[in-house]
Write a protein that binds this ligand. Structure first.
Ligand code: ATP
Ligand code: MG
Length: 454
């Protein structure tokens, strides 16, 4: 007799016996605490004695293949004749030499100073131009926002750029990837937004007081925020040229607080908070690229991140549901930013001021987790409808992501010796190409500014 499907003949008494206790609020607490312990256990496995994350080492093979454009033999000769340069360590007598990431950066600057001028030892960064801010956003969850942002940040760091990563998602995934420690909302972007509001309220109070109106209250939270600037929130990561402003659960509070502030001070341009604070605090000179990871929602934090961005990347998978939902995301973006522009411009007209409009250097949808065998048709259709808005590069699905080990996040942190070489090379290539497609936008945008064509 053919076997019955698994949902037939379930015995009610046995089901009851298996059911266990009822769920409750207290049970949630227990589950959360169990997850927390497991997480700490896993996270600790990739840490050094001081409890910090540690980046793996880089071999001569990897450095000369991927990072510094010199032949391996020449690389070895240069090290030999410059004993002051990092010499690397080998695990076995005469074995391959391995270098820390700091050492790779030192070697890069040596080659850049001494090496052939025709090669690109340092990536393009026009003098005097501010850092570019890149937001990765889509209100659909799980489309690859964090993975894309994290890999781009690591690629850019390997390429020699100075990178700041800003986590606007209270899930804090990006923060975990970069080993950030965030106690509460005071170590997130929250105080920058609070300070921006407090300064707007103070400016408005000058007018109110001169008109004999009651001023907007500056409470303790705001008074505290007025003392905080972006460098106070920036933490180092295990990547020597990637810094982080982290996030954790409490950051979600901003979604409730911001509308309350907006009601109190109608003139507060909340969408300018990050842009203005980064500029005022010198962040745009301290870094080359700032990557902003956003939550799967179009809330106030996301709006702030998007308004601050020069380049907007919208990851999506090549499936009907993700295409459909991404279309609606663009619809929401359009109505959200349109309504801000309309109300600002109404006020501007009344005061005889210039009108405003949001502008981005580039907006690109990016196909992520692409499976060429199954999704070619869907991707071609999306390409046909989205045209140049869809990046021609498709980021392949790769088993290397999320499976490289407890504390290792993605391809650039993985040791290639843990994988089949071919799997590694293919996985790495798709993310190198994701970065190359992004870097084209970055360089094009900087060039446009440099030539004054913006
Ligand atoms: N190119 C890829 N190949 C294989 N798996 C991938 C790839 N990109 C992302 N993933 C996996 O897809 C899942 C979702 O990715 P990710 O967390 O980056 O999405 P997200 O958009 O940031 O999610 P959220 O909306 O929750 O913030 C993760 O398990 C990640 O490891
Ligand atoms: Mg995410």
């Amino acid at each position: 007799m053919a076997e019955l499907p698994p949902y037939f003949n379930i015995d009610p008494d046995q089901a009851l016996a298996e059911l266990g206790q009822a769920g409750s609020t207290a049970a949630f607490e227990e589950i959360a605490s169990a997850c927390g312990r497991g997480r700490d256990d896993l996270a600790a496995r990739g840490m050094n004695e001081a409890g910090a994350k540690q980046l793996r080492l880089f071999s001569t093979w990897e450095i000369t293949k991927y990072l510094i454009p010199v032949a391996a033999a020449h690389f070895r000769r240069v090290l030999k004749s410059n004993p002051d340069l990092p010499q690397g360590k080998s695990e076995t007598e005469g074995g391959a030499k391995w270098f820390t990431h700091e050492e790779v950066l030192r070697l890069r600057s040596h080659f850049s100073d001494e090496g052939s001028k025709s090669k690109e030892y340092r990536p393009y960064r026009p003098k005097g131009q501010p850092a570019k801010i890149v937001a990765v956003a889509n209100f659909k969850g799980g489309v690859g926002k964090t993975s894309t942002a994290a890999h781009l940040a690591m690629s850019a760091a390997l390429d020699g750029y100075r990178v700041l990563v800003v986590d606007l998602d209270s899930q804090g995934s990006m923060t975990s990837i970069f080993g950030g420690k965030v106690e509460d909302e005071w170590q997130t972007v929250f105080p920058l937004i609070a300070r921006h509001y407090a300064e707007a309220a103070q400016a408005e109070n000058h007018i109110r007081i001169s008109r004999g109106e009651p001023p907007i209250a500056i409470d303790d939270t705001l008074a505290e925020a007025l003392k905080i600037s972006a460098p106070d929130l920036i933490q180092k990561t295990h990547w020597s040229n990637i810094d982080l402003i982290g996030a954790q659960l409490n950051l979600y509070w901003a979604e409730f607080q911001i509308p309350v502030w907006r009601m109190a001070a109608r003139g507060w341009k909340l969408w300018d908070a990050l842009t203005d604070r980064f500029e005022a605090d010198g962040i745009l000179d301290d870094y080359d690229i700032i990557f902003v990871d956003t939550p799967p929602a179009l809330g106030y934090l996301t709006i702030n991140g998007l308004a601050a961005a020069n380049i907007l990347l919208v990851p999506l998978g090549a499936s009907f549901l993700e295409f459909d939902s991404t279309g609606r995301f663009f619809d929401m973006l359009s109505s959200t930013f349109r309504s801000i522009e309309d109300s600002e411009n109404m006020a501007a007209r009344a005061l005889g001021r210039d009108s405003m409009g949001f502008e981005w250097d580039a907006v690109r949808a990016v196909i992520t987790r692409y499976d060429g065998a199954q999704q070619a048709e869907m991707a071609a259709l999306m390409q046909a409808y989205l045209g140049p808005t869809l990046s021609p590069h498709r980021q392949d699905f790769t088993a290397l992501i999320g499976q490289a080990g407890e504390s290792v996040n993605g391809i650039y942190e993985a040791d290639y010796r843990d994988f089949n070489r071919e799997t590694y090379a293919r996985g790495r290539q798709t993310f190198d190409e994701t970065y190359a497609a992004f870097k084209r936008l970055l360089i094009g945008a900087w060039r446009r500014d440099e030539k004054g064509l913006g």
